[in-house]
Structure formats: C-alpha cells, structure tokens
Design a protein around this ligand. Structure first.
Ligand SMILES: CC(C)(COP(=O)(O)OP(=O)(O)OC[C@H]1O[C@@H](n2cnc3c(N)ncnc32)[C@H](O)[C@@H]1OP(=O)(O)O)[C@@H](O)C(=O)NCCC(=O)NCCS
Length: 169
C-alpha cells in the first residue's frame, strides 16, 4: 500500500451558526460543534483510507472560545497519523470575521477505524508528514493513541511505553 500525505485527506467545511444550533447564551452548542467536527473528520479518514470509517474515540476537545450566533465557522480536518487500521484525525476550527480575518476557536483530535462491509477493521495506508506542524502532530500521535487505549481499558499502562516516556526521565 502506497503511503500518502496529510494534505491528501484535507477536508474543509464552512457553515453559519443558526439559532437552532445555539445554547442559552446564544453561542454555538458544544454538541453541534462535535457533530460538525465528526463529519469533517470522517470524510478526511475516508479520503485517506478509501474505506468506510467509524469513529472509535474522541481523544481531545478544547472549546477555547465561544462561537456566537451568526458566526461563519470553518472546520478543517486532516489525518495526522495512520496506524494499522486506525487513523488519528486532527481538527482545527476557525471563526471568520466580516473582513475575512480568521480566529482559531477550537481544536479536537478524533480516532477513526477503517472497516470492511462486515464492520471488521481493515488496513490503511501509512502517512508521510510534510510540514513542520504535520511532523509535530505525527510525532505525538502514538502517545495519544496509547493514552486513549489505556483510558478505554484496552491497554495496560505498563505497555504504554511512548506515553510513559513523557513522564519518566
Ligand atoms: C472501532 C471498532 C471498529 C474497533 O473494533 P475492535 O474490534 O476493537 O478492533 P481492534 O481492537 O482491532 O481495534 C482496531 C483499531 O482501533 C484502535 N482502537 C480501538 N479502540 C480505540 C480507542 N478507544 N482509542 C484509540 N484507538 C482505538 C486499535 O488500537 C486498533 O488500531 P490499529 O489497528 O491501528 O493498531 C469497533 O469498536 C466499533 O465498530 N465501534 C463502534 C464504532 C461506531 O459505531 N462509531 C460511531 C459512534 S456512535
């Protein structure tokens, strides 16, 4: 299987915040943003793997800035690392002002698994990061995968060597 670059999976979705998508403070409801990020990330994972993909876990979400009603929101998703059947997808969320300037509002990291028609995990191409940011995200992906597996009870903390190296000398 030939390796690919993160930019081959890039998925950009732009949409407005409508009244039905806000909380009582008139800001974008968190669950609505999670759904938008899940859709963009799912498309990115599909572009990388050329397979059906399912969300396996949401590893990290930071709601740093509230997104007001009427905002133009762009969700940008890219595969940051591919393992055997799973892919880490990094999502950046931007708010766009009327003058066209952009402000980074949120970010998230999701894990997707490529599956066959029977829902069984299937292999995905490796990924070759190109930019400095892509290389940085690629390098951190294994410890994030290990943390996610430990929290899900699917890996023993002792086996999470890459994760442990963060804390031990
Ligand atoms: C995700 C799913 C396919 C994994 O199936 P599984 O039988 O656990 O398969 P495996 O144990 O072989 O794991 C497959 C891959 O997912 C990874 N994975 C599984 N759970 C994970 C988690 N919580 N965090 C990170 N990676 C995870 C494994 O490490 C493995 O990766 P690798 O092959 O790249 O090394 C299965 O649990 C599933 O179908 N879940 C429902 C998905 C769904 O419906 N999502 C929508 C949300 S409602």
């Amino acid at each position: 299987m030939q390796s690919k670059t993160p930019s081959e999976s890039i998925t950009t979705m732009t949409d407005m915040v409508l009244p039905s998508e806000t909380n009582s403070l008139n800001n974008l409801f968190g669950g609505e943003l999670l759904a938008r990020m899940d859709r963009a990330a799912s498309i990115a994972a599909g572009r990388h793997s050329k397979c059906i993909t399912v969300t396996a876990s949401v590893n990290h979400v930071a709601f740093n800035i509230a997104v007001p009603l009427g905002s133009v929101v762009t969700v940008e998703a890219k595969v940051s690392r591919a393992f055997t059947t799973s892919m880490e997808v990094y999502i950046d969320v931007w708010m766009e002002n009327v003058d066209g300037s952009r402000l980074k509002a949120n970010e998230a990291i999701y894990t997707f698994v490529a599956v066959d028609d029977a829902g069984k995990p299937t292999k995905v191409p490796a990924i070759h990061p190109e930019t400095e940011l892509e290389k940085e995200r690629f390098a951190g992906a294994l410890r994030r995968k290990q943390l996610s597996l430990v929290l899900a009870g699917k890996m023993k903390p002792d086996d999470a060597t890459e994760l442990k190296a963060l804390f031990v000398g």
